[in-house]
Design a protein around this ligand. Structure first.
Ligand SMILES: Nc1ncnc2c1ncn2[C@@H]1O[C@H](COP(=O)(O)OP(=O)(O)OP(=O)(O)O)[C@@H](O)[C@H]1O
Ligand SMILES: [Mg+2]
Length: 410
């Protein structure tokens, strides 16, 4: 059965390509098979909870939405998102409110007859314990009603140490593992390593299995494009797919954005095949619709009044092959920069530029880690990597005429 509205092709495009919202349907979810096998395996181990972590924008929420769909046939699964105001109590109130349980038969007196009236009522777990203090004991008692329930806690990194008692949370996780081995928690958050999410609470490390969400592989990005095109009865030419894969740099947000604008243009001009004439428009629209904070950090970083090579160093940093966590070393840039500048450079030519990129004056576009002799750099907002590449392509296309929706009026 089609999941799309029949008569409104533009609305369909917005449902298939969603640069600003996570995926909610299996049909539109691409890749991530390794991570899916891993998390389903963890859910089969008694007493084990899991933590899904990775950089901003790599697809953690989408993944957890699909995990929910995969397991909710046989389990009651609830999903909540944390915010910076959440306390231990408010988070558990949210969770318990979302679990529902069937409630009892009541005896009712009708006239002189006392009859059994069966009331198929549903209450939330929170209703059952609302008069009790929201502590570990109460929560365990409530969860005992649904001993194989599953909870997905998204945006775990947004909990503030000053508001949220992580120690108490860790004690509760331990209590759940010991008393309710089939009740599972899945925490989801932005982090480079899992230690930053559970810092100081190593006591639960044994009960937590990690699922790292890296940037998407080229094949997975390609799948987003071909899946979406199939749903919309459109086709992307091979060279366009290749270009979108390159421009996305593993970040599905940009894949969705570039596909969205290409597909809208195709529908507006009544064409079902998307060729290289469409990407100029898609790139322009993608840059324009990008978040202001990303745009302004980019402008600050490359800004220059005299002949400097900030722009080129930035571009080289966006092209360099990084480690799994997005880090590179200054030395890795030399070869790329040689090609970009068309001359030989040494480390001394650009190390200072990298340092400057870590300062507010240059938008703190990079951040550094490691000791001075083992210095590593990484884009502060990992999405910037793709944004720099897309901007460069926009610049290179500047002289070319752009096909856009207004061409239907010509
Ligand atoms: N597996 C996937 N298949 C298709 N599209 C995806 C996939 N994963 C993510 N996306 C798309 O990528 C974008 C970012 O996804 P999502 O919001 O899930 O990332 P996130 O890691 O949770 O981001 P944040 O760190 O900001 O919370 C969205 O446009 C989403 O639709
Ligand atoms: Mg998210």
């Amino acid at each position: 059965m089609s999941i799309l509205p029949k008569d409104d092709p533009i609305k369909s495009v917005y449902q298939v390509f969603t640069p600003t919202s996570p995926v909610e349907m299996k049909q539109l979810f691409a890749g991530r098979a390794t991570q899916m096998v891993k998390i389903l395996g963890i859910l089969e181990q008694p007493g084990q909870h899991s933590i899904i972590y990775g950089d901003r924008g790599v697809g953690k929420t989408s993944f957890s939405n699909i995990v929910k769909l995969m397991i909710e046939n046989s389990n009651q699964v609830v999903k909540v998102a944390c915010d910076s105001q959440d306390t231990f109590e408010s988070l558990w109130k949210k969770i318990l409110t979302r679990f529902s349980v069937k409630c009892t038969t009541e005896k009712t007196q009708i006239g002189f007859n006392v009859e059994d009236e069966v009331k198929e009522d549903r209450k939330s777990l929170y209703d059952l314990v609302r008069l009790m203090p929201m502590d570990i004991d109460t929560i365990l008692k409530a969860l005992n009603v649904i001993p194989d329930g599953k909870v997905i806690i998204d945006e775990f990194d947004r909990l503030e140490d000053s508001q949220f008692d992580k120690k108490l949370f860790a004690d509760l996780v331990k209590g759940i593992s010991d008393n309710l081995p089939w009740f599972k928690l899945i925490m989801v958050g932005v982090a480079e390593d899992v230690a930053t999410l559970i810092s100081g609470h190593e006591s639960i490390e044994r009960n937590l299995s990690q699922v790292y969400m890296p940037v998407m592989a080229s094949g997975e990005i390609r799948e987003i494009i071909t899946n979406g095109a199939k749903r919309l009865n459109l086709s992307f030419k091979e060279d366009v797919i290749e270009e979108i894969v390159q421009l996305s740099a593993g970040y599905p947000h940009f894949t969705h954005s570039l596909c969205l604008h290409s597909a809208i243009l195709a529908i507006r001009i009544g064409q079902s095949s998307i060729d290289s004439r469409f990407t100029g428009y898609a790139i322009r629209e993608t840059v324009e619709s990008t978040h202001e904070s990303l745009k302004s950090a980019f402008m600050k970083a490359k800004w220059t009044t005299k002949k400097t090579i900030f722009k080129e160093v930035l571009y080289a940093a966006s092209l360099v092959k990084t480690d799994e966590h997005g880090f590179f070393q200054a030395n890795d840039l030399t070869g790329i920069l040689n090609r970009i500048l068309g001359r030989q450079v040494t480390l001394a030519t650009f190390t200072n530029h990298l340092k400057k990129f870590c300062e507010p004056e240059r938008g703190e576009i990079l951040r550094m880690a490691g000791s001075p002799n083992k210095r590593r750099y990484k884009f502060r907002n990992p999405l910037m990597k793709a944004f720099v590449i897309i901007n460069k392509t926009k610049e290179q296309n500047e002289h070319k005429p752009i096909l856009d929706p207004s061409s239907i009026f010509e």
